[in-house]
Design a protein around this ligand. Structure first.
Ligand code: NAD
Length: 423
């Protein structure tokens, strides 16, 4: 197999995108300038530089972040990302998006995010564990079941959550399962959490198809990013009757008009960051995947993939934003002008945090649910959230993203106002 060129990191600063989205909704709802200023800032930004002993005996210093955007509605919640492209501005943007995502789903959480600048596939298992444990100890000042509850994101998984839970528990002298979500089920993880974000993407796609008048049965789908979210979404959309014709990862994509064998793709051995896979079909670049003539495009990789330079070339009828921030503000404007239906990230990928909320509740009560109960509660909450956004979108004749932001920001402002400004 010849590897296609590695996809480039987003050109636009994601925090600029997040601020532009907030400013637009602040104008729309006539938000008080002081309150707008509160929401434009992240409440806490924590940077750590920490040493790790590598396998060859050398010492390497890593940089990591944990950012709390807003905690008016409850303890903060948000994933941890391991990637070469992590930056403070990326983490700030992701933390702000978590605030809106929790608010639009009606969860009692504020928004947070964290990350380490590292390519996890370049570390041995031992190095990855030592780095994770030291990072967990460093951010141990901030995290806790009542304060800040991390979860997996790009480049992290259930094993990494287990090491964080164990490190935090060692520091406190007793087991504290509720300090992270997305853990293995055997130590207090929730049934259905691994699939939750992809399952939520599938539920949102079902709803969006009804509103956009695109039948899901037989619809062609291209999925950018075949990691946790992209692979599960592909499988469940296929099960719901869609035809997945293209998938990709950071090293490039594969296109097969006849439809891909998703189970075979999932079963293929992949490295930790899933940077390579082989399958039948034509090799394409990530840029080509985004512009394929499909019914539904599912960006499930990273930020800033749909932007001013390619939004005019998108041929999909519908975009389901499984990734966080896959569309820049300029890209979004062009999609709106072209009447392409967009299910925005803060609704489309909220299945992960919804089931993380279930996991946290189960841990706090030490009372665990069957997977069928998890999945049906997820379906109820995410479809209700989608319908609330769709109702506002229709009433105000605005886009789904604008409607989701109006709902989310209004709820956060209400919470901040009723709590008052300390002192
Ligand atoms: P992952 O690490 O499991 O998979 C990411 C996939 O994207 C991999 O296949 C990787 O090779 C690919 N990728 C990375 N950079 C790329 C690029 N520039 N171009 C094309 N492909 C690229 O991560 P994940 O957990 O599936 O997360 C994917 C997206 O979904 C992220 O935006 C994340 O923030 C968002 N998200 C994840 C969750 C969750 O529960 N894991 C919840 C909500 C949102």
């Amino acid at each position: 197999m010849v590897n296609a060129p590695v996809a480039h990191p987003p050109a636009e600063n994601p925090f600029d995108t997040a601020i532009a989205q907030l400013d637009a909704v602040a104008e729309r709802i006539g938000l008080d300038p002081g309150m707008r200023d509160v929401l434009r800032h992240c409440k806490r930004e924590f940077t750590v530089n920490f040493p790790v002993k590598m396998d060859d005996g050398s010492i390497r210093v890593f940089t990591g972040y944990r950012v709390h955007h807003n905690e008016a509605r409850g303890p903060v919640k948000g994933g941890l990302r391991y990637s070469d492209h992590v930056s403070l501005d990326e983490v700030r943007a992701l933390a702000m998006w978590m605030t809106w995502k929790c608010a639009v789903a009606g969860l009692p959480y504020g928004g947070a995010k964290g990350g380490v600048i590292v390519d996890p596939s370049a570390l041995s298992a031992g190095e990855l564990e030592r780095m994770t444990r030291r990072f967990a100890a460093e951010i141990g000042l901030l995290i806790g079941p009542d304060e800040d509850v991390p979860a997996p994101d790009m480049g992290t998984d259930a094993q990494i959550m287990a090491w964080i839970m164990d490190t935090y528990s060692m520091m406190h002298g007793h087991s504290v399962p509720a300090v992270v979500t997305g853990k293995p089920v055997t130590i207090g993880g929730s049934s259905g959490r691994y699939e939750a974000t992809g399952r939520g993407v599938m539920f949102v796609t079902q709803e969006a198809c009804k509103y956009a008048g695109v039948p899901l049965e037989g619809a062609t789908v291209a999925v950018q990013g075949f990691g946790n979210v992209g692979s599960v979404a592909s499988k469940l959309l296929r099960d719901a009757g869609a035809k997945i014709v293209a998938v990709s990862n950071a090293s490039g994509g594969i296109y097969d008009e006849a439809g891909m064998d998703i189970d075979a793709l999932i079963a293929m051995p992949r490295d930790r960051a899933s940077l390579r896979f082989d399958a039948p079909g034509r090799r394409i670049t990530n840029a080509e995947l985004l512009e394929l003539p499909v019914d539904i495009l599912v960006p499930a990789a990273t930020e800033g993939q749909i932007h001013a330079a390619n939004a005019g070339n998108i041929r999909a009828k519908m975009i389901i934003e499984a990734a966080n921030g896959p569309t820049t503000a300029d890209g979004d404007r062009i999609l709106r002008e072209r009447n392409i239906y967009v299910a925005p990230d803060i609704v489309a990928n909220s299945g992960g945090v919804i089931v993380s909320y279930f996991e946290w509740v189960q841990d706090l009560q030490s009372f665990f649910w069957e997977e069928a109960e998890v999945n049906s509660r997820l379906e109820r909450i995410i479809k209700r959230s989608f319908q609330e956004v769709a109702a506002l979108q229709a009433k105000e004749s605005i886009s789904m993203r604008e409607a989701a932001y109006v709902l989310a920001v209004t709820r956060v402002v209400e919470a901040t106002t009723v709590r008052g400004i300390f002192p």
